[in-house]
Design a protein around this ligand. Structure first.
Ligand SMILES: NC(=O)c1ccc[n+]([C@@H]2O[C@H](COP(=O)([O-])OP(=O)(O)OC[C@H]3O[C@@H](n4cnc5c(N)ncnc54)[C@H](OP(=O)(O)O)[C@@H]3O)[C@@H](O)[C@H]2O)c1
Length: 251
């Protein structure tokens, strides 16, 4: 046996991993031999998802974490420190869209905007900061923020390719803010060797998109692939970028 973390299986935490893209990211990372912690706000849903993954031979474990409740993030970090001692990969995947009818900018409900930012932006800061001390114990830490093309200002400007989508003061702006956070974390953590990037999964068929009626053409597993790629970057990989399967996405 060796205690050299370079030689040990990597340990990954995925938030919102009980279903959808998060579950598929966890499955794909586990498929690469990582120990995967499936973070879920509902303990039963997390346990069921981890059991499903374990039944396929993966090293998968549930952990309770509601990204809007800082106490659950620090409790999760304490548990990981005690049981595993470090974290190599953090995937900030948990996200909500909020009611689409309550976010056209001119009539937006501030409660909806706040709730979406609470999960998609403030939740990422909460979880990242709780996990940073554990990531700093990794020889090659990676953070991936699951963003969206709807966060691209270029795509959503009135002359951009996504101008046909209704305006959104909550979900779209939360993903733009998440992209900004990605850059700021990448800048702060560059010297420490932490690569921080944002992933755009593309439109995938999940519980988040189904009620919207917007056309989507990808499976959750296809959407997971870019986050997995960014989670497994080599030491010369990019940091502070925004990527989909085809390469960089315009900010
Ligand atoms: N689907 C797409 O086309 C698409 C495109 C671009 C980006 N994305 C992004 O991809 C990520 C995953 O979305 P998805 O499509 O897989 O949606 P999903 O199937 O609805 O899954 C969302 C996950 O986030 C969890 N979650 C929500 N609020 C949480 C909280 N406060 N604490 C912890 N977990 C929480 C959910 O848990 P519960 O089961 O308990 O609700 C669920 O596990 C999101 O960040 C989304 O914005 C999705």
């Amino acid at each position: 046996m060796t205690d050299d973390p370079m030689c040990m299986p990597k340990i990954a935490l995925v938030t919102g991993a009980n279903k959808g893209i998060g579950y598929e990211i966890a499955a794909q990372l586990a498929g690469l031999g990582m120990t995967v912690l499936l973070a879920a706000r509902d303990p039963d849903r997390g346990m069921k998802a981890a059991e499903t993954l374990r039944s396929t031979g993966c090293d998968a474990h549930p952990i309770t974490l509601d990204v809007t409740l800082p106490a659950t993030a620090s409790a999760a970090a304490t548990k990981i420190a005690r049981q595993l001692g470090r974290l190599d990969v953090l995937i900030n995947n948990a996200g909500i869209s909020g009611s689409l009818s309550q976010q056209p900018p001119g009539t937006a409900s501030l409660d909806t905007v706040r709730a979406v930012f609470d999960t998609n932006v403030f939740g990422v800061i909460t979880v990242t900061n709780a996990m940073l001390p554990l990531l700093m114990r990794s020889p090659a830490p990676r953070i991936v923020n699951v963003s969206s093309s709807v966060g691209s200002l270029t795509a959503h400007s009135p002359s951009g390719p996504m101008a046909w989508l209704p305006g959104s003061a909550a979900y779209a702006t939360s993903k733009t803010a998440l992209n900004a956070l990605t850059v700021q974390y990448a800048k702060e953590l560059r010297e420490a060797g932490v690569l921080v990037n944002a992933a755009d999964p593309g439109g995938c068929d999940t519980d988040l998109t189904r009620p919207t009626g917007f056309p989507v053409h990808r499976t959750a597993a296809q959407g997971a692939a870019i986050a997995v790629r960014l989670a497994t970057l080599g030491p010369d990989g990019p940091t502070g970028g925004f990527f989909n399967d085809d390469g960089p996405v315009p900010w």
